[in-house]
Design a protein around this ligand. Structure first.
Ligand SMILES: NC(=O)c1ccc[n+]([C@@H]2O[C@H](COP(=O)([O-])OP(=O)(O)OC[C@H]3O[C@@H](n4cnc5c(N)ncnc54)[C@H](OP(=O)(O)O)[C@@H]3O)[C@@H](O)[C@H]2O)c1
Length: 253
């Protein structure tokens, strides 16, 4: 198992789903973890449950001033950072003719603009040799109806990862992108689907996924932990699909 012993790791959106599972995985590998989220009660409860000195900081990734404050608070506690996992994001799925400007701005502000400026504000804190992981989606390069804004916000992240892998290479900072397929997390409920809608969503995808099931947050967490560790020391500018084979096109059979 890749070690993260004594590494300082920041996870945005760490109170739930993939971010929370990654916090658990990082801690099990010896990291000191800072999680963020929008809701103070949820962030503090998650940090307390994670234990091991996990720091929970409330910060809205959709606001640049909060990214600056977050970086300042992390610097005040830990000084430097070894791993930045930019994971916070929202899903909003509506047909293109129903997308409002407010929905467009919210998704772009959190999923892309906020991710961009989170990386920017943390750059002075990152140790040379640090690892940045951006959480995108297979939606970044597929055409799921109803996902126009979400998919574009994620595609922008993949582009950012490629550019930053070269811009930051002189500091030996590695930048990689993870593209999950359907993973069981609270994100669909937050996007407005009821229990039946969520079951139908996962059933529909499971029929198309070669491994016949949605993924678990813990499975994504293990990939992120590998990319965060020195076992991935020659990997930068890469992107990894973790989707049970969903995006392998079925031509025949
Ligand atoms: N689940 C999937 O099938 C799937 C597939 C591909 C990609 N992804 C991506 O995976 C990432 C994690 O999602 P998830 O599935 O684990 O869903 P989740 O359980 O809803 O987790 C998202 C996390 O991000 C936080 N967050 C959302 N907006 C934020 C903001 N403005 N500022 C700070 N934190 C914010 C959430 O906090 P709150 O509790 O406040 O909402 C939560 O902690 C997202 O970027 C998502 O797009 C998910």
């Amino acid at each position: 198992m890749s070690t993260l012993q004594n590494k300082v790791a920041v996870i945005t959106g760490g109170n739930s789903g993939i971010g929370y599972a990654t916090a658990e995985e990082f801690i099990s590998r010896g990291a000191k973890v800072i999680i963020t989220g929008r809701n103070r009660t949820a962030v503090e409860a998650a940090a307390a449950t994670l234990g091991n000195g996990t720091l929970g900081i409330t910060a809205d990734q959709g606001r640049i001033t909060e990214a600056s404050r977050l970086a300042g608070e992390v610097e005040a506690t830990y000084g430097k950072v070894d791993v930045l996992f930019v994971n916070a994001g929202i899903g909003a799925f509506v047909p293109v003719d129903q997308v409002t400007e407010a929905q467009f701005d919210e998704t772009m502000n959190i999923n892309f603009k906020g991710a961009f400026f989170t990386v920017q504000k943390f750059l002075p804190l990152l140790n040379d040799g640090a690892s940045i992981i951006l959480l995108s989606s297979v939606n970044a390069f597929t055409g799921m109806p109803g996902s126009s804004v979400y998919s574009a916000s994620k595609a922008a992240l993949n582009s950012l990862g490629r550019t930053l892998s070269r811009e930051l290479a002189s500091r030996k900072i590695r930048v990689n992108v993870v593209n999950p397929g359907p993973i069981v997390t609270p994100i669909l409920a937050k996007a407005g689907l009821d229990e039946d809608g969520i079951k139908a969503f996962h059933k529909k995808f499971s029929e198309r996924i070669p491994l016949s099931r949605p993924g678990e947050s813990s499975e994504v967490a293990k990939l992120v932990a590998f990319l965060a560790s020195s076992d991935a020391s020659f990997i930068t500018g890469a992107e990894y699909n973790i989707d049970g084979g969903l995006t392998i096109h079925e031509l025949v059979g």
